[in-house]
Design a binder for this molecule. Sequence first.
Ligand SMILES: *[C@@H]1O[C@H](CO)[C@@H](O)[C@H](O)[C@H]1NC(C)=O
Ligand SMILES: *[C@@H]1O[C@H](CO)[C@@H](O)[C@H](O)[C@H]1NC(C)=O
Length: 283
Amino acid sequence: MAGAFSSTTACVVLALLLGLCAAAPAAAAGRIDDGLEVTWGDGRGSVSPDGQVLSLSLDRTSGSGFRSKDTYLFARADVQIKLVPNNSAGTVTTFYFLSEGPWDVHDEVDLEFLGNVSGQPYTLHTNVFASGNGGKEQQFHLWFDPTADFHTYSILWTQQHILVLVDGTPIREFKNHADQGVPYPSSQRMRLYGSLWDAEDWATQGGRVKTDWSQAPFVARYRGFTAADASSAPAANGGGYGQEMDTAAEQAMKWARDNYMVYDYCADSKRFPQGVPPECSMP
Ligand SMILES: *[C@@H]1O[C@H](CO)[C@@H](O)[C@H](O)[C@H]1NC(C)=O
Ligand SMILES: *[C@@H]1O[C@H](CO)[C@@H](O)[C@H](O)[C@H]1NC(C)=O
């Protein structure tokens, strides 16, 4: 599928929809380790001498990971990632928000990039947990080769909604329906995390394809990390779509979902024989 729709074509389509051809934003002025710190992996995570790139690596012994120095209560986070190239089957590269408090009531917003054998598409797995309630998975293929270059992945988390964006194109919106009884992350501060680890039991083609350790170490690169407070409406709007999307953004999201969504919990009636969760039918 990846080759069927070139990124140039995608960019032209997006240009029509958004009125622009989104280029990756300029790298943050500061060092990436101003905002992020490597927290595990025994030397497998490192920052380039110029401070621009944080690399995570994975071998048979361990993966590695980082976290943000700050915590947030509503934020927009952006990072550029260049994923593990070639045969990345079994590997999982992540970028996510996770609350600090007790696990049974934790909040979490996940982006997990599930590797694949060479030439087959990565799957971007997304999920939202609120007060320990998860099970809201949606998965996507991407309209470009995410290993050939850096691309920008963003999570916008405001009082109104959570938006996931890829190179500025919204692919998923999770609205705040707390007033209708759907748990929503809104009271616990969250920190950002990233990691590269092995999940050959389930990550690639349902666990059928295992990690090829002869390719190790596997390396994923992050750069241009920014996180900005989005607790007040003007701040959230500064990053775009703080409260709601405009028509062009809605159309861009529809394009991404029509063409690249490969799993939606809201459409999984086998999994939910009694009916899909209530937020699936809320406008
Ligand atoms: C890995 O991928 C890169 C670019 O995607 C390519 O240039 C290189 O030849 C590949 N290496 C192997 C061993 O396939
Ligand atoms: C890997 O490639 C297969 C075949 O194209 C595809 O069905 C699957 O969604 C891809 N991603 C993962 C993580 O298995």
